[in-house]
Design a binder for this molecule. Structure first.
Ligand code: TRP
Length: 76
């Protein structure tokens, strides 16, 4: 549960090409896509894990920063 002592995590995503997709997956017993956001090169999205979103799938060349470090998705 999110409160002031235990806030929800954020991730920061920067697209390195046009058409990068940030896909949100639902929380709970049923894990499915609920939102797909398209980013063009240079666009940045700041996304939070919420009561509706437990996972994020990233498709395309992008940099993602999380509290665990930075991940670069560019060798495809
Ligand atoms: N309505 C969604 C939610 O509150 C919006 C959202 C939050 C989202 N984090 C996301 C959509 C990450 C895609 C990816 O959970």
């Amino acid at each position: 549960m999110s409160d002031t002592n235990n806030p929800r995590d954020y991730v920061v995503i920067k697209a390195l090409e046009d058409g990068v997709q940030v896909i949100g997956l639902t929380r709970g017993t049923d894990t499915r896509f609920h939102h797909s956001e398209k980013l063009d090169k240079g666009e940045i999205m700041v996304a939070q894990f919420t009561e509706h979103t437990s996972a994020v799938k990233l498709r395309g060349k992008a940099i993602m920063q999380t509290s665990y470090g930075e991940i670069r998705n560019d060798d495809q």
